[in-house]
Design a protein around this ligand. Structure first.
Ligand code: MV4
Length: 431
Protein backbone atom coordinates (compact mmCIF):
# COMPACT_ATOMS: atom_id res chain seq x y z
CA UNK A 1 0.00 0.00 0.00
CA UNK A 2 2.76 2.42 0.94
CA UNK A 3 4.51 1.85 -2.41
CA UNK A 4 1.21 2.58 -4.15
CA UNK A 5 0.59 5.68 -2.04
CA UNK A 6 -2.41 4.06 -0.41
CA UNK A 7 -3.05 4.78 3.28
CA UNK A 8 -3.42 1.58 5.29
CA UNK A 9 -5.64 0.73 8.25
CA UNK A 10 -4.85 -2.37 10.29
CA UNK A 11 -7.49 -4.14 12.36
CA UNK A 12 -6.26 -5.99 15.42
CA UNK A 13 -7.63 -7.87 18.41
CA UNK A 14 -6.78 -7.05 22.02
CA UNK A 15 -4.38 -10.02 21.96
CA UNK A 16 -2.62 -8.41 18.97
CA UNK A 17 -2.41 -4.90 20.39
CA UNK A 18 1.43 -4.92 20.20
CA UNK A 19 1.55 -6.73 16.86
CA UNK A 20 3.80 -5.56 14.05
CA UNK A 21 1.06 -5.01 11.48
CA UNK A 22 -0.78 -2.68 13.87
CA UNK A 23 2.43 -0.73 14.45
CA UNK A 24 3.41 -0.53 10.77
CA UNK A 25 0.03 0.51 9.35
CA UNK A 26 -0.83 4.19 9.03
CA UNK A 27 -3.84 3.64 11.30
CA UNK A 28 -4.84 0.74 13.55
CA UNK A 29 -8.28 -0.08 14.99
CA UNK A 30 -9.02 -2.59 17.74
CA UNK A 31 -11.94 -4.76 16.62
CA UNK A 32 -12.46 -6.88 19.74
CA UNK A 33 -11.09 -9.43 22.23
CA UNK A 34 -8.58 -12.23 21.43
CA UNK A 35 -10.92 -15.05 20.36
CA UNK A 36 -11.27 -14.93 16.55
CA UNK A 37 -15.08 -15.10 16.67
CA UNK A 38 -15.09 -11.83 18.65
CA UNK A 39 -12.52 -10.05 16.48
CA UNK A 40 -11.14 -11.29 13.14
CA UNK A 41 -14.40 -13.10 12.35
CA UNK A 42 -16.57 -10.26 13.69
CA UNK A 43 -17.97 -8.83 10.45
CA UNK A 44 -19.87 -5.92 12.00
CA UNK A 45 -16.81 -4.79 13.96
CA UNK A 46 -14.57 -4.92 10.86
CA UNK A 47 -17.13 -3.12 8.70
CA UNK A 48 -17.57 -0.38 11.32
CA UNK A 49 -13.77 0.03 11.59
CA UNK A 50 -13.80 0.54 7.80
CA UNK A 51 -16.58 3.12 8.03
CA UNK A 52 -15.13 5.10 10.93
CA UNK A 53 -11.71 5.34 9.27
CA UNK A 54 -13.21 6.06 5.86
CA UNK A 55 -11.32 3.17 4.25
CA UNK A 56 -12.36 2.34 0.67
CA UNK A 57 -11.37 -1.34 0.55
CA UNK A 58 -10.68 -4.42 2.62
CA UNK A 59 -7.95 -6.96 1.83
CA UNK A 60 -9.15 -10.14 3.64
CA UNK A 61 -5.82 -11.97 3.47
CA UNK A 62 -6.10 -15.75 3.94
CA UNK A 63 -8.05 -17.73 6.57
CA UNK A 64 -10.64 -15.87 8.68
CA UNK A 65 -13.23 -14.19 6.42
CA UNK A 66 -11.20 -14.43 3.19
CA UNK A 67 -13.58 -16.98 1.61
CA UNK A 68 -16.75 -15.95 3.43
CA UNK A 69 -19.34 -15.04 0.79
CA UNK A 70 -21.62 -13.35 3.36
CA UNK A 71 -18.79 -11.01 4.33
CA UNK A 72 -17.97 -10.21 0.69
CA UNK A 73 -21.69 -9.48 0.15
CA UNK A 74 -21.80 -7.25 3.25
CA UNK A 75 -18.84 -5.26 1.93
CA UNK A 76 -20.62 -4.83 -1.41
CA UNK A 77 -23.80 -3.64 0.36
CA UNK A 78 -21.74 -1.15 2.39
CA UNK A 79 -19.96 0.15 -0.73
CA UNK A 80 -16.66 -1.22 0.48
CA UNK A 81 -14.40 -2.80 -2.17
CA UNK A 82 -13.62 -6.39 -1.22
CA UNK A 83 -10.16 -7.14 -2.67
CA UNK A 84 -11.00 -10.52 -4.18
CA UNK A 85 -13.68 -12.14 -6.36
CA UNK A 86 -17.40 -11.43 -6.05
CA UNK A 87 -19.52 -12.90 -3.25
CA UNK A 88 -21.33 -14.97 -5.90
CA UNK A 89 -18.10 -16.61 -7.09
CA UNK A 90 -16.90 -17.21 -3.52
CA UNK A 91 -20.20 -18.88 -2.78
CA UNK A 92 -20.17 -21.04 -5.92
CA UNK A 93 -16.57 -22.23 -5.53
CA UNK A 94 -17.03 -22.70 -1.78
CA UNK A 95 -19.65 -25.33 -2.56
CA UNK A 96 -17.20 -28.03 -3.65
CA UNK A 97 -19.75 -30.27 -5.32
CA UNK A 98 -21.27 -27.34 -7.26
CA UNK A 99 -17.75 -26.24 -8.23
CA UNK A 100 -17.20 -29.72 -9.70
CA UNK A 101 -20.34 -29.46 -11.79
CA UNK A 102 -19.45 -25.96 -13.00
CA UNK A 103 -16.05 -27.22 -14.09
CA UNK A 104 -17.49 -30.37 -15.72
CA UNK A 105 -19.79 -28.15 -17.80
CA UNK A 106 -16.78 -25.99 -18.73
CA UNK A 107 -15.00 -29.04 -20.09
CA UNK A 108 -12.41 -29.06 -17.32
CA UNK A 109 -11.20 -32.59 -16.37
CA UNK A 110 -12.71 -33.24 -12.93
CA UNK A 111 -11.91 -36.17 -10.65
CA UNK A 112 -14.41 -38.90 -11.68
CA UNK A 113 -17.28 -38.94 -9.18
CA UNK A 114 -20.84 -38.02 -8.30
CA UNK A 115 -22.64 -35.57 -10.58
CA UNK A 116 -24.89 -34.31 -7.79
CA UNK A 117 -24.55 -34.16 -4.00
CA UNK A 118 -25.50 -37.10 -1.77
CA UNK A 119 -27.15 -36.88 1.67
CA UNK A 120 -27.38 -40.50 2.79
CA UNK A 121 -24.93 -43.40 3.07
CA UNK A 122 -27.32 -45.49 0.96
CA UNK A 123 -27.21 -43.10 -1.97
CA UNK A 124 -23.48 -42.65 -1.43
CA UNK A 125 -22.93 -46.40 -1.62
CA UNK A 126 -24.80 -46.65 -4.93
CA UNK A 127 -22.55 -43.85 -6.22
CA UNK A 128 -19.40 -45.51 -4.87
CA UNK A 129 -20.22 -48.79 -6.61
CA UNK A 130 -20.74 -46.94 -9.92
CA UNK A 131 -17.43 -45.09 -9.50
CA UNK A 132 -15.53 -48.12 -8.27
CA UNK A 133 -13.59 -48.44 -4.99
CA UNK A 134 -11.48 -46.96 -3.50
CA UNK A 135 -13.45 -43.71 -3.28
CA UNK A 136 -13.00 -40.42 -1.41
CA UNK A 137 -16.02 -39.24 0.58
CA UNK A 138 -16.01 -35.42 0.81
CA UNK A 139 -18.08 -32.64 2.39
CA UNK A 140 -19.42 -30.11 -0.07
CA UNK A 141 -18.68 -27.29 2.40
CA UNK A 142 -15.40 -28.92 3.37
CA UNK A 143 -11.87 -28.14 2.36
CA UNK A 144 -8.45 -28.79 3.77
CA UNK A 145 -9.38 -32.40 4.42
CA UNK A 146 -12.21 -31.72 6.90
CA UNK A 147 -15.24 -33.99 6.40
CA UNK A 148 -13.15 -36.25 4.15
CA UNK A 149 -12.67 -40.03 4.40
CA UNK A 150 -11.20 -42.72 2.15
CA UNK A 151 -13.40 -45.81 1.68
CA UNK A 152 -11.80 -48.88 0.18
CA UNK A 153 -14.75 -51.28 0.17
CA UNK A 154 -18.50 -51.68 0.53
CA UNK A 155 -17.94 -52.98 4.06
CA UNK A 156 -16.34 -49.82 5.42
CA UNK A 157 -18.28 -47.28 3.30
CA UNK A 158 -21.27 -46.54 5.58
CA UNK A 159 -19.12 -46.06 8.69
CA UNK A 160 -16.77 -43.65 6.85
CA UNK A 161 -19.66 -41.81 5.17
CA UNK A 162 -21.42 -41.24 8.49
CA UNK A 163 -18.18 -40.10 10.17
CA UNK A 164 -17.40 -37.63 7.36
CA UNK A 165 -20.97 -36.32 7.29
CA UNK A 166 -21.01 -35.85 11.08
CA UNK A 167 -17.71 -33.93 10.85
CA UNK A 168 -19.24 -31.74 8.16
CA UNK A 169 -22.42 -31.04 10.15
CA UNK A 170 -20.31 -30.18 13.22
CA UNK A 171 -17.78 -28.08 11.31
CA UNK A 172 -19.93 -26.42 8.67
CA UNK A 173 -23.57 -27.08 9.67
CA UNK A 174 -23.94 -28.75 6.27
CA UNK A 175 -24.64 -32.45 5.59
CA UNK A 176 -24.13 -32.18 1.82
CA UNK A 177 -21.59 -34.76 0.67
CA UNK A 178 -20.13 -35.97 -2.62
CA UNK A 179 -18.11 -38.98 -3.76
CA UNK A 180 -14.97 -39.06 -5.92
CA UNK A 181 -12.74 -41.80 -7.29
CA UNK A 182 -9.78 -41.95 -4.87
CA UNK A 183 -6.63 -41.01 -6.76
CA UNK A 184 -3.82 -43.02 -5.16
CA UNK A 185 -0.98 -40.80 -3.86
CA UNK A 186 -1.28 -37.95 -6.38
CA UNK A 187 0.74 -34.78 -6.31
CA UNK A 188 -1.18 -31.74 -5.13
CA UNK A 189 -0.36 -29.15 -7.81
CA UNK A 190 -2.13 -25.78 -7.85
CA UNK A 191 -2.06 -23.06 -10.53
CA UNK A 192 -2.05 -19.37 -9.63
CA UNK A 193 -4.69 -17.44 -11.54
CA UNK A 194 -5.13 -13.66 -11.87
CA UNK A 195 -8.15 -12.08 -13.59
CA UNK A 196 -9.14 -8.41 -14.04
CA UNK A 197 -12.53 -6.74 -14.43
CA UNK A 198 -12.19 -6.77 -18.22
CA UNK A 199 -12.20 -10.53 -18.71
CA UNK A 200 -8.42 -10.96 -18.98
CA UNK A 201 -7.22 -14.06 -17.13
CA UNK A 202 -3.64 -15.31 -16.90
CA UNK A 203 -2.04 -18.19 -15.05
CA UNK A 204 1.25 -17.64 -13.28
CA UNK A 205 2.55 -21.18 -13.15
CA UNK A 206 2.13 -23.87 -10.55
CA UNK A 207 3.03 -24.71 -6.96
CA UNK A 208 3.63 -28.28 -5.78
CA UNK A 209 2.03 -28.47 -2.33
CA UNK A 210 2.16 -32.23 -1.77
CA UNK A 211 4.15 -32.08 1.47
CA UNK A 212 1.36 -31.63 3.97
CA UNK A 213 1.00 -32.61 7.63
CA UNK A 214 -2.64 -33.49 8.32
CA UNK A 215 -3.76 -31.35 5.35
CA UNK A 216 -1.72 -28.40 6.55
CA UNK A 217 0.87 -27.47 3.92
CA UNK A 218 4.39 -27.28 5.36
CA UNK A 219 6.50 -26.91 2.21
CA UNK A 220 5.60 -25.58 -1.24
CA UNK A 221 7.71 -25.15 -4.36
CA UNK A 222 7.63 -23.92 -7.92
CA UNK A 223 8.09 -25.22 -10.55
CA UNK A 224 6.91 -28.77 -9.91
CA UNK A 225 9.74 -31.22 -10.63
CA UNK A 226 7.75 -33.59 -12.83
CA UNK A 227 5.81 -31.07 -14.96
CA UNK A 228 7.27 -30.65 -18.46
CA UNK A 229 6.83 -27.36 -20.35
CA UNK A 230 4.18 -29.10 -22.50
CA UNK A 231 2.24 -30.36 -19.47
CA UNK A 232 2.56 -26.92 -17.82
CA UNK A 233 1.07 -25.29 -20.91
CA UNK A 234 -1.79 -27.83 -20.96
CA UNK A 235 -2.58 -27.50 -17.23
CA UNK A 236 -2.24 -23.71 -17.40
CA UNK A 237 -4.72 -23.53 -20.26
CA UNK A 238 -7.18 -25.68 -18.29
CA UNK A 239 -6.71 -23.46 -15.22
CA UNK A 240 -7.42 -20.34 -17.30
CA UNK A 241 -10.44 -22.05 -18.86
CA UNK A 242 -11.73 -22.89 -15.36
CA UNK A 243 -11.33 -19.28 -14.21
CA UNK A 244 -12.93 -17.86 -17.36
CA UNK A 245 -15.87 -20.25 -16.93
CA UNK A 246 -16.85 -18.30 -13.81
CA UNK A 247 -15.65 -14.85 -15.00
CA UNK A 248 -13.07 -14.94 -12.25
CA UNK A 249 -11.70 -11.66 -10.94
CA UNK A 250 -8.61 -11.04 -8.80
CA UNK A 251 -6.28 -13.71 -7.38
CA UNK A 252 -7.38 -17.35 -7.23
CA UNK A 253 -5.95 -20.85 -7.28
CA UNK A 254 -7.03 -23.92 -9.22
CA UNK A 255 -6.10 -27.08 -7.30
CA UNK A 256 -5.32 -30.19 -9.35
CA UNK A 257 -4.47 -33.76 -8.46
CA UNK A 258 -1.62 -34.91 -10.73
CA UNK A 259 -1.04 -38.60 -11.37
CA UNK A 260 2.39 -40.09 -12.16
CA UNK A 261 1.34 -40.67 -15.80
CA UNK A 262 0.60 -36.95 -16.25
CA UNK A 263 -3.20 -37.26 -15.98
CA UNK A 264 -4.55 -34.31 -13.96
CA UNK A 265 -7.91 -33.58 -12.43
CA UNK A 266 -9.59 -30.43 -11.08
CA UNK A 267 -10.14 -30.83 -7.34
CA UNK A 268 -11.24 -27.41 -6.04
CA UNK A 269 -10.79 -23.67 -6.53
CA UNK A 270 -9.55 -21.34 -3.78
CA UNK A 271 -10.97 -17.82 -4.06
CA UNK A 272 -8.28 -16.06 -2.02
CA UNK A 273 -4.58 -15.26 -2.07
CA UNK A 274 -2.73 -18.17 -0.46
CA UNK A 275 -0.07 -18.39 2.24
CA UNK A 276 2.35 -19.77 -0.35
CA UNK A 277 1.92 -16.99 -2.94
CA UNK A 278 5.55 -15.74 -2.45
CA UNK A 279 6.79 -18.90 -4.22
CA UNK A 280 5.00 -17.75 -7.38
CA UNK A 281 6.16 -14.14 -6.91
CA UNK A 282 9.77 -15.29 -6.75
CA UNK A 283 9.75 -17.32 -9.98
CA UNK A 284 7.59 -14.90 -12.01
CA UNK A 285 8.86 -11.57 -10.63
CA UNK A 286 5.25 -10.43 -10.14
CA UNK A 287 4.02 -8.76 -6.91
CA UNK A 288 0.69 -10.57 -6.55
CA UNK A 289 -0.68 -8.38 -3.74
CA UNK A 290 0.06 -5.23 -5.76
CA UNK A 291 -1.78 -6.81 -8.71
CA UNK A 292 -4.72 -7.66 -6.44
CA UNK A 293 -5.01 -4.05 -5.27
CA UNK A 294 -4.63 -2.65 -8.81
CA UNK A 295 -7.35 -4.99 -10.13
CA UNK A 296 -9.70 -4.20 -7.23
CA UNK A 297 -9.19 -0.51 -8.08
CA UNK A 298 -10.48 -1.24 -11.59
CA UNK A 299 -7.13 -1.24 -13.38
CA UNK A 300 -6.28 -3.69 -16.17
CA UNK A 301 -3.95 -6.64 -15.67
CA UNK A 302 -0.57 -5.44 -16.81
CA UNK A 303 0.58 -9.00 -17.39
CA UNK A 304 -0.08 -11.00 -20.54
CA UNK A 305 0.27 -14.79 -20.78
CA UNK A 306 3.01 -14.41 -23.39
CA UNK A 307 5.31 -12.35 -21.19
CA UNK A 308 4.70 -14.52 -18.12
CA UNK A 309 7.47 -17.03 -17.61
CA UNK A 310 8.76 -19.07 -14.72
CA UNK A 311 12.47 -18.51 -13.99
CA UNK A 312 14.51 -20.36 -11.42
CA UNK A 313 13.17 -22.38 -8.55
CA UNK A 314 11.54 -21.24 -5.27
CA UNK A 315 10.75 -23.20 -2.13
CA UNK A 316 8.74 -22.00 0.87
CA UNK A 317 9.20 -23.57 4.28
CA UNK A 318 6.58 -22.75 6.92
CA UNK A 319 7.90 -22.26 10.45
CA UNK A 320 5.31 -23.21 13.07
CA UNK A 321 5.38 -22.69 16.83
CA UNK A 322 4.78 -25.87 18.82
CA UNK A 323 3.86 -23.84 21.93
CA UNK A 324 2.81 -20.25 22.76
CA UNK A 325 5.55 -18.13 24.35
CA UNK A 326 7.54 -14.87 24.29
CA UNK A 327 10.26 -14.46 21.64
CA UNK A 328 13.49 -14.02 23.60
CA UNK A 329 15.99 -13.89 20.73
CA UNK A 330 15.46 -13.79 17.00
CA UNK A 331 17.77 -13.99 14.01
CA UNK A 332 16.35 -14.32 10.51
CA UNK A 333 18.49 -15.63 7.64
CA UNK A 334 19.16 -13.27 4.75
CA UNK A 335 21.50 -12.95 1.80
CA UNK A 336 20.94 -13.55 -1.88
CA UNK A 337 17.81 -15.52 -2.70
CA UNK A 338 16.47 -15.60 0.88
CA UNK A 339 13.11 -13.97 1.74
CA UNK A 340 11.52 -14.10 5.17
CA UNK A 341 7.91 -13.14 5.95
CA UNK A 342 7.13 -12.93 9.64
CA UNK A 343 5.34 -10.81 12.24
CA UNK A 344 7.81 -11.82 14.98
CA UNK A 345 10.05 -9.43 16.95
CA UNK A 346 11.95 -9.84 20.23
CA UNK A 347 9.49 -9.52 23.09
CA UNK A 348 6.52 -10.53 20.92
CA UNK A 349 4.18 -13.02 22.56
CA UNK A 350 3.10 -15.87 20.28
CA UNK A 351 -0.58 -16.02 21.12
CA UNK A 352 -2.56 -19.25 21.62
CA UNK A 353 -5.57 -17.69 19.85
CA UNK A 354 -4.44 -17.99 16.26
CA UNK A 355 -2.67 -20.18 13.69
CA UNK A 356 0.70 -21.62 14.76
CA UNK A 357 2.54 -20.34 11.68
CA UNK A 358 5.06 -17.70 12.84
CA UNK A 359 7.32 -17.29 9.80
CA UNK A 360 7.78 -18.29 6.18
CA UNK A 361 11.27 -18.84 4.73
CA UNK A 362 11.17 -18.53 0.94
CA UNK A 363 14.37 -19.29 -0.97
CA UNK A 364 15.04 -18.82 -4.68
CA UNK A 365 17.74 -20.51 -6.71
CA UNK A 366 18.62 -20.86 -10.38
CA UNK A 367 17.97 -24.60 -9.99
CA UNK A 368 16.11 -26.81 -7.52
CA UNK A 369 19.39 -28.10 -6.09
CA UNK A 370 20.62 -24.57 -5.49
CA UNK A 371 17.29 -23.71 -3.83
CA UNK A 372 17.49 -26.81 -1.60
CA UNK A 373 21.06 -25.91 -0.56
CA UNK A 374 19.98 -22.34 0.12
CA UNK A 375 16.98 -23.53 2.21
CA UNK A 376 19.27 -25.74 4.32
CA UNK A 377 21.61 -22.81 4.95
CA UNK A 378 18.69 -20.49 5.76
CA UNK A 379 17.22 -22.96 8.27
CA UNK A 380 20.67 -23.40 9.86
CA UNK A 381 20.95 -19.62 10.31
CA UNK A 382 17.41 -19.15 11.63
CA UNK A 383 17.32 -18.63 15.41
CA UNK A 384 14.03 -18.33 17.30
CA UNK A 385 14.42 -18.55 21.09
CA UNK A 386 11.41 -18.56 23.43
CA UNK A 387 9.10 -20.95 21.55
CA UNK A 388 9.66 -24.49 20.28
CA UNK A 389 9.42 -24.67 16.47
CA UNK A 390 9.66 -27.18 13.61
CA UNK A 391 12.95 -25.64 12.36
CA UNK A 392 15.13 -28.68 13.09
CA UNK A 393 12.57 -31.11 11.65
CA UNK A 394 12.26 -29.12 8.42
CA UNK A 395 16.05 -28.86 8.16
CA UNK A 396 16.37 -32.64 8.36
CA UNK A 397 13.49 -33.10 5.90
CA UNK A 398 15.61 -31.35 3.25
CA UNK A 399 18.12 -34.23 3.57
CA UNK A 400 15.56 -36.94 2.96
CA UNK A 401 16.24 -38.81 -0.29
CA UNK A 402 12.62 -38.51 -1.48
CA UNK A 403 12.74 -34.74 -0.98
CA UNK A 404 16.16 -34.31 -2.59
CA UNK A 405 15.11 -36.33 -5.63
CA UNK A 406 11.85 -34.38 -5.83
CA UNK A 407 10.01 -37.63 -6.36
CA UNK A 408 7.35 -37.25 -3.69
CA UNK A 409 3.57 -37.03 -3.58
CA UNK A 410 0.79 -36.45 -1.07
CA UNK A 411 1.89 -39.63 0.68
CA UNK A 412 5.30 -38.11 1.55
CA UNK A 413 4.44 -37.21 5.14
CA UNK A 414 2.76 -40.49 6.04
CA UNK A 415 5.67 -42.39 4.48
CA UNK A 416 8.61 -40.42 5.91
CA UNK A 417 7.76 -38.35 9.01
CA UNK A 418 8.50 -41.18 11.48
CA UNK A 419 12.00 -41.70 10.02
CA UNK A 420 12.75 -37.96 10.18
CA UNK A 421 11.43 -37.74 13.78
CA UNK A 422 13.78 -40.64 14.63
CA UNK A 423 16.75 -38.74 13.17
CA UNK A 424 15.70 -35.76 15.30
CA UNK A 425 15.47 -37.87 18.49
CA UNK A 426 18.84 -39.46 17.78
CA UNK A 427 20.20 -35.95 17.60
CA UNK A 428 21.45 -36.40 14.05
CA UNK A 429 22.53 -32.96 12.92
CA UNK A 430 24.05 -32.06 9.60
CA UNK A 431 26.80 -29.43 9.55
C1 MV4 B 1 -8.24 -36.20 -2.91
C2 MV4 B 1 -7.07 -37.00 -2.96
C3 MV4 B 1 -7.11 -38.17 -3.73
N1 MV4 B 1 -8.22 -38.50 -4.42
N2 MV4 B 1 -9.33 -36.56 -3.62
C4 MV4 B 1 -6.79 -33.26 0.56
C5 MV4 B 1 -7.60 -32.12 1.18
C6 MV4 B 1 -8.33 -31.54 0.05
N3 MV4 B 1 -7.54 -30.45 -0.51
C7 MV4 B 1 -8.49 -32.64 -0.92
N4 MV4 B 1 -7.38 -33.55 -0.69
C8 MV4 B 1 -7.24 -34.67 -1.44
N5 MV4 B 1 -8.29 -35.07 -2.17
C9 MV4 B 1 -9.33 -37.68 -4.35
N6 MV4 B 1 -10.43 -38.01 -5.06
C10 MV4 B 1 -5.94 -36.58 -2.22
C11 MV4 B 1 -6.04 -35.40 -1.49
C12 MV4 B 1 -4.87 -34.95 -0.76
C13 MV4 B 1 -4.43 -35.65 0.37
C14 MV4 B 1 -5.14 -36.76 0.81
C15 MV4 B 1 -4.66 -37.43 1.92
C16 MV4 B 1 -3.51 -37.01 2.59
C17 MV4 B 1 -2.84 -35.89 2.15
C18 MV4 B 1 -3.29 -35.19 1.04
C19 MV4 B 1 -2.63 -34.03 0.59
C20 MV4 B 1 -3.10 -33.35 -0.50
C21 MV4 B 1 -4.24 -33.79 -1.18
Amino acid sequence: CRELGIESVAVYSEADKDSLHAQLADQAVCIGPGPSTESYLNMESIISATMTTGADAIHPGFGFLSENARFAKLCQQCNITFIGPSAEIINRMGNKSEARNTMMQAGVPVVPGSKEPVYTAEDGLVMAKEIGFPVMIKASSGGGGKGMRISRSEEDFTEHFNAAQLESVKGFSDDTMYIEKYIEKPRHVEFQIMGDKFGHVVHLGERDCSIQRRHQKVMEESPCEVISPELRKKMGEVAVKAAKAVNYENAGTIEFLLEPDGKFWFMEMNTRIQVEHPVTEQVTGIDLIREQIRIAAGMKLNITQEDTCVNGHAIECRINAATPGVIKFLHFPDGYGVRVESHLFEGYEVSPFYDSMIAKIIVTGSSRLEAVRRLRRALEELIIEGVKTNREFMHLLTYHKDFIRGNYNTGFWEKNHTEIEKWLKEGITVK
